[in-house]
Design a binder for this molecule. Structure first.
Ligand code: GLC
Length: 557
């Protein structure tokens, strides 16, 4: 897609820094042919919806050919479209239609593993001597004749599967039907780079690299040590420290190689699924000499306990890690109008197809505050389609679960079906999602939450998302401004954003009871946006009253 700034305007911040990215899970977005599963023509028919909301890009979960054991994350052909989603022609039409509307496409890219039906794996397992044998991770039985070691799959059970035909085990970080590619093999890296180029040539603007930190395992097959605090309540795959099966140092080199490849023919955005909880998230950015991911995905807003000081500490700590805080305008070291150059560009995500819905985790009121923080904290903003409706997820009992994660590890609350419930569009049968039987049940209460209804209601979550996204676009301070001045006082949490002389303050009330905010330097404040549809006029010498769970954006004059 042409940058509206035209070539040579490299002084402009890249498009994705202030962008709002919506993750679309295609199976659950819109069905066009009545088979109960969403598809590309369905998505195409809903692009105006995304446009109206103000989305800059969609991250599309996999639509590649797949036996669907893990709903598309088990890829049988990296350059083909699974017929239930449509065709390559539909994909091309999607790219074109997005670009015509000024939106971009970030495609899920699944480099860690394939489906066991992928021709590469079929070839690899056909004989120990096949030239592609080494494209996957094979090992001999351990000394006791069982699996080579005790490594566990993230979906439960041994990570090794015996192949009777060739008398060896293959490694799978996820399902046994998802054998891991051997990234130590340069031919594999080359083949996956070609996949990137294939989609770039079709106009894709970026990739979300699935399981990016998991690409390598220890070649000596050393055992992962047990976690000292794990017990029977801990799901089996989380009972070990993944020292030898996650975040191996070579992974960073391989991702840097992918970055070089992705940028060879022009800019391309790389998001990545990494372990975002610890400080090492910063390693995934690389540095100027060896850039890696543009945006290692960060879900801290929903993974954190929402107690004022803790939430503040979480947010500030992350921004400090990236050097993305301050300076406050007018203070020593402040660069006129600019945020300084962070080590890495921050990003915030409040939902995904793998995470319980934000409105379930935090409750509907605090989900509105999460939306406010999402769009006003510095960094790229990501949400999962349906979060803008305040969807909470559809409870699906274990026995009826479609998610292999839940089926293999029932009872730990890991089921991902709830957040994958279809989008409710209207009060038509099946909420307008399909004319057939939806692949997962619609969530209860969809009659109250569907798109058509929320679009008419200025108090709805949808209307709040729309107002927030519009404000973010109108206020450069929110898109690219500096961030400073964090505070907590009683149940209030706040911070400031500034750009070119304009100063905004964001304040959220984390309690259900009213609180008064007194800007400490006594600056006059005007209300720019409230999470309430009918806010009180806030300014008075007594301070600003925030109702229970209200959040506001103020202009400090
Ligand atoms: C990633 C995906 C998840 C999938 C897994 C295995 O974590 O987000 O949905 O199950 O990879 O491919």
């Amino acid at each position: 897609m042409q940058d509206p700034a035209g070539p040579g305007r490299s002084d402009r911040p890249p498009w994705w820094q202030s962008a709002v990215i919506c993750q679309v899970y295609p199976l659950s977005f819109q069905d066009s042919d009545g088979d109960g599963r969403g598809d590309l023509p369905g998505l195409l028919s809903r692009l105006d919806y995304l446009c109206e909301l103000g989305i800059d890009a969609i991250w599309l979960a996999p639509v590649y050919c797949s036996p669907m054991r893990d709903f598309g994350y088990d890829v049988a052909d990296f350059t083909g479209i699974e017929p239930c989603f449509g065709s390559l022609g539909d994909f091309d039409r999607l790219v074109q239609a997005l670009h015509e509307r000024g939106m971009r496409l970030v495609l899920d890219f699944v480099p860690n593993h394939t489906a066991d039906t992928h021709p590469w794996f079929v070839a690899s397992r056909s004989s120990r001597n096949h030239p592609q044998r080494d494209w996957y991770v094979w090992a001999d039985a351990g000394p006791d004749g069982g699996p080579p070691n005790r490594w566990t799959s993230r979906f439960g059970g041994s990570a090794w599967e015996y192949d009777a035909g060739t008398g060896q085990y293959y490694y799978h970080a996820f399902l046994k039907e998802q054998p891991d590619l051997n990234w130590h093999n340069p031919e594999v890296r080359q083949a996956m780079a070609e996949v990137l180029r294939f989609w770039q040539a079709r106009g894709v603007d970026g990739f979300r690299i699935d399981a990016a930190a998991v690409l390598a395992e220890d070649v000596k097959l050393r055992e992962d040590p047990p976690k000292p605090d794990a017990d029977g309540q801990t799901p089996e795959p989380e009972r070990v420290e993944r020292v030898y099966t996650d975040y191996r140092p070579e992974v960073l080199d391989w991702l840097a190689e992918l970055r070089r490849c992705a940028e060879a023919d022009g800019p391309s955005l790389l998001l990545g699924e990494v372990d975002g909880s610890g400080d090492r998230i910063v390693d995934f950015y690389g540095d100027a000499g060896r850039p890696i991911l543009h945006l290692p995905l960060n879900y801290r807003l929903i993974d954190t306990d929402w107690q004022g000081p803790l939430l503040r500490e979480t947010v500030e700590h992350y921004l400090t890690l990236l050097d993305a805080l301050g300076p406050e305008p007018g203070t020593a070291g402040a660069r006129q109008g600019g945020p300084g150059k962070p080590k890495g560009w921050p990003c915030w995500a409040v939902g995904s197809h793998d995470k319980p819905r934000v409105a379930r985790t935090l409750g509907p009121e605090r989900a509105r505050l999460a939306a406010l923080l999402l769009f006003t904290l510095p960094g790229t903003a990501l949400f999962f389609a349906g979060d803008e409706l305040g969807l909470e997820g559809c409870p699906v009992p274990s026995e009826q679960s479609r998610d292999p994660f839940e089926r293999q590890l029932p009872g730990f609350g890991l089921n991902r079906d709830p957040q994958r419930a279809p989008m409710p569009w209207s009060d038509a049968p099946q909420a307008g999602f399909t004319t057939g039987e939806p692949w997962l049940p619609l969530e209860p209460g969809h009659e109250q939450r569907h798109v058509a209804r929320q679009q008419r209601d200025p108090a709805s979550m949808w209307s709040l998302y729309r107002r927030l996204i519009a404000l973010r676009k109108a206020e450069a301070a929110l898109g690219v401004g500096s961030c400073f001045g964090f505070f907590t006082a009683d149940a209030l949490l706040g911070f400031q954003r500034a750009w070119a002389g304009r100063r905004l303050q964001v304040v959220v009330n984390l309690a259900g009871t009213p609180q008064v905010h007194r800007p400490d330097d006594g600056r006059p404040a005007r209300l720019l946006l409230s999470t309430r549809p009918d806010p009180e006029a806030p300014g008075s010498s007594e301070g600003i009253r925030l109702e229970g769970y209200e959040g506001v954006v103020l202009v400090l004059d």
